[in-house]
Write a protein that binds this ligand. Sequence first.
Ligand code: GCW
Length: 660
Amino acid sequence: MRRLFFLLLLLFPCSLFAEDGSQLWLRYTPVDKHIAQQRTISLQAKDQTMQLAKQELESYWRGSSISLRLDKKIKKLRDGYQIKGDGTGVEVVAAEPAGLLYAAYHLLRLQETGADIEHLDIEEIPDYDIRILNHWDNLDRTVERGYAGYSLWKWDELPKQLSPRYEQYARANASIGINATVLNNVNASPQILTADYLEKVKALADAFRKYGIKVYLSANFSSPKVLDGLSDSDPLRKEVQAWWVAKVKEIYTHIPDFGGFLVKANSEGQPGPQDYGRTHADGANMLADALKPYGGVVMWRAFVYNPTEEDRAKQAYQEFVPLDGKFRDNVIIQIKNGPIDFQPREPFTPLFGAMEKTPQMVEFQITQEYLGFSNHLVYLAPLFKETLDAETYSQGPNSSVARITDSSLGNHQKTAISAVANIGEDTNWTGHHFAQANWYAFGRLAWNHQLSSEQIAEEWIYQTFTDEPNFVQPVRQLMMDSREAVVDYMMPLGLHHIFAFDHHYGPEPWGDRKGGRPDWMPWYYHNADTVGIGFDRTKSGSDAVSQYHEPLRTLYGDIKSCPENLLLWFHHVPWGHTMKNGRTLWDELCFRYDRGVQDVREFQKTWDRLEQYIDAQRFTEVQSKLKIQAKDAVWWKDACLLYFQAFSNMPIPYELERPI
Ligand code: GCW
């Protein structure tokens, strides 16, 4: 046996020890037989999910005996759990099978991060009911804004053939508490609702079920017309309503626990109720009525804007606030964290807290459409938390976006939180090894938005790489600094959307294509001229500040009190304006761009020093990506500074690196 092992090692050294990132943060070592015989994992139940909890612990738990128990009477626990350990054994109680599974993963997480696994007194209740990934995956397996290869879903092989990655995907999600997934792009093909595709969707739902994951679909609003030749898809027409009722029934016969629909309507050319003179509420309610008997929900997106005279940042609020109170109770309005579009930094969308009678949920973007794709190392927990912790003042102090959406401030039936996935067919799932941390962080924050970014980073590093303090400490710091670095080298001080028009990767602040939509052109957002730079959203400009509650309206609206990291979001600021540190705006812009570049170079140095602590494959792959990032940071800095200098007409301070 031993000889065979060494022979294999000689022949295939890499494959045996491939550290290709495919295992994500799930690197538990099987417990040795001796330990396994000393302790028992007890459970009296046949349920698949609970069995799975038991199985995971049997395979990997190195602590004392555990008893797993379901107690459906502990209602308030939802799919959370209680864990008690007195040094001689551990007791786990949950009200739902999935709760036991989450508890199992929690115990394993404690074990892997070196916590005390014997003395335990834990109660965990998730902050949101629905913790959902949005895949922007097309049926031809391309992924909109996906940077990790083709879609995981092999539609041409389904339903007969099941890739082993479906189950690995479900397990990874369950390990961080994600319990739902939208399989297809919000720019939805109507085909997903055909009988053929529903068979395929069913196969995926069946594969995910025991991991506690429910499947949702993005629905194309024109489906009745496109798929079955109805004369239109007007939500107030009986025939159209009947079509959806029948379609929903068909879905539930295949998938009894189907979650519901996600809808992008009347946005960026997608069809919707407004095509027939109806409102978003008319459209959402029609679908909600069809889903209601089965407990399904509609996640209706508020990402709407049109090329009008009105500031794009104001439009969602204007369209949705008047509809407050008009939605069925199984509709949740899904709102992007910022009012424009997943920029490196935005203020929170003012729609949060502006519809008291309507459930709202956040949509984050894990895939790095505007953050260097899967080439740049950017840890997103600080960005997610910036929105969740943002104080809206909608019901006075203590009305953060988190508290509005988790129903602490309302009494909504179901709460939810979503994020656009960064997952694809790549061996390491996310393109960049560190992009795995963003998937991880979303799951952990969806479970508990109070967790700190540092804690999440640290537990991810422990589980994904090593517990060696000389590695953990600098890498955690690097991750924590990475979001501000990308803001600095791309769009400091509140600048936004100055990306190249088609791909959103590099800079194109000069972008001004004749005949193109003005609101898709960078100059629309930075407004640089010989006087200054920035978007005037105060009273003298678009007055978007008025959509915020006091004291934010005044705070943002006054150039003196506006936080400098949002200055050019809200104000058109003269180049010579004095910043808090005494520099002129122009100099500060130069310093920020430069600082972003220097930060990435520091990341490179930090990483290079860590070679001894981890496997060669992941070390070199991350190292190569950091090289790209450093080069891109210089590209951003040079492009933006040289372009803006044509307006400011001021020199780049001598102490900074000259543009190449
Ligand atoms: O961020 C923009 C993207 C589009 C996307 C759209 C949306 C799915 O550039 O690719 O389309 O937002 O969120 O609907």
